[in-house]
Design a protein around this ligand. Structure first.
Ligand SMILES: [Zn+2]
Length: 327
């Protein structure tokens, strides 16, 4: 078998999609449970993994949300896809949907696990490691081997509003193909971040894109609609759903990104809208002291696109204000 595992091309597993030790047959719909650990109340925590398999052979797509427990836009996107399957059953291939991976964080509306660890820094994990490491390991060993393509849905952290965009690992042509099919307004080519899910799947030779849209603990209709459109286009491209797809709009590629920071502490007034294309030197926002004496302009240090804006009304010197993608 080559590095890129394609279960549907492997004659030995032609009619076998195995997830969490269970076989899912053509035309079958199963909800399986990923079990990692109990709460201190002795309550078992089960993480539902929804599997829809079409009647015909095809690729296996994992749509994943809630790696960070407070990023609800992705959760709502997966919900909408699953709700639509009743009306629009799969033609071929398999959809594996995990609306909430970090159930522990979701219960507390927190990004991290209860021990404060960020799940996305613990891949591929270990069976006897921390809770984050165990959860990563369970996904890696029990779900990912069956999967060909992964779409991972995220939002900005606290008070960071992300303009809808997709991230993929630079040099990964297969993932770039999926990003083009997804057709978001902007695509950011990102370097590998070791121990992330993206790094793990890159090492495995599997196609992976990460969607960013909106911010944590907030439902953003634009971000959810954009994510839904992209996931649906990928499902149509892979043959899971029959077309026709939404017409392609074309995407702008960003070769890197940098944060523009607050020159002083004070009240923050963004001037440019999130998602705007900006020239070098353009005024992005203003920071003013509360006494009406000082106002400082925050200017773009290079031409690019704004992909994230800090929504805090008051900022400290050095706080990240605008995330600027390099065009
Ligand atoms: Zn996230």
């Amino acid at each position: 078998m080559t590095a890129r595992s394609t279960s549907h091309n492997d004659p030995a597993s032609c009619t076998l999609v195995r997830i969490l030790g269970e076989s899912v047959r053509p035309g079958e719909h199963r909800t399986l449970d990923l079990q990692v650990a109990k709460l201190y109340t002795r309550t078992s925590v089960e993480i539902p993994v929804v599997v829809h398999r079409g009647p015909q052979e095809g690729p296996v797509l994992l749509v994943l949300a809630g790696v960070h427990g407070d990023e609800v836009n992705g959760i709502d996107t997966v919900r909408r896809i699953l709700a639509d399957i009743a009306e629009r059953p799969l033609e071929r291939g398999t959809l594996v949907a995990i609306p909430i991976l970090n159930v522990f964080g979701f219960l507390a509306m927190k990004r991290e696990l209860p021990d404060g660890r960020d799940l996305n820094r613990f891949f591929p994990g270990a069976a006897n490691g921390s809770l984050a490491s165990r959860l990563a390991h369970a996904l890696v060993t029990e779900v990912l081997p069956a999967v060909d393509v992964v779409i991972d849905l995220h939002s900005g952290a606290d008070q960071r509003h992300n303009h809808p965009h997709l991230r993929f690992t630079e040099g990964d042509e297969g993932s770039w193909d999926i990003a083009q099919v997804f057709d978001p307004p902007l695509v950011l080519r990102a370097p590998i971040r070791e121990k992330s899910l993206r790094a793990h799947l890159n090492h495995q030779g599997k196609r992976y894109v990460l969607f960013e849209g909106g911010k944590a603990r907030s439902l953003d209709e634009d971000a959810v609609r954009e994510a839904y459109r992209g996931v649906a286009r990928v499902m149509e491209h892979l043959g899971l759903w029959s077309g026709p797809s939404d017409p392609t709009r074309g995407t702008s590629i960003l070769t890197g990104s940098k944060w523009v920071r607050a020159p002083l502490a004070g009240l923050f007034h963004p001037v440019m809208e999130n998602g705007s294309k900006v020239d070098k030197g353009m005024v992005l926002g203003l920071v003013s002291d509360p006494y009406g004496e000082a106002v400082r302009q925050v200017r773009a240090p290079f031409p690019g696109h704004i992909i994230c804006v800090n929504t805090a009304p008051v900022v400290n010197q050095g706080d990240a204000l605008f995330h600027l993608g390099i065009s």
